[in-house]
Design a protein around this ligand. Structure first.
Ligand SMILES: [Zn+2]
Length: 48
């Protein structure tokens, strides 16, 4: 399963299979709202 690292707290945030660029996900640890950015092979996350 794909995941990204929360830029706020460093926790790993799991992504669903349908994740796509621009999606907003919520960090389960700190509650930050993160926007997915495609980086070629996967995603990274930026604070939304
Ligand atoms: Zn976090």
């Amino acid at each position: 399963m794909k995941s990204v690292i929360c830029p706020v707290c460093g926790a790993r945030v799991m992504l669903g299979f349908g994740a796509k660029e621009g999606d907003i996900v919520t960090c389960q640890k700190c509650g930050a709202r993160l926007r997915l950015i495609s980086d070629g092979s996967g995603f990274r996350a930026a604070a939304a």
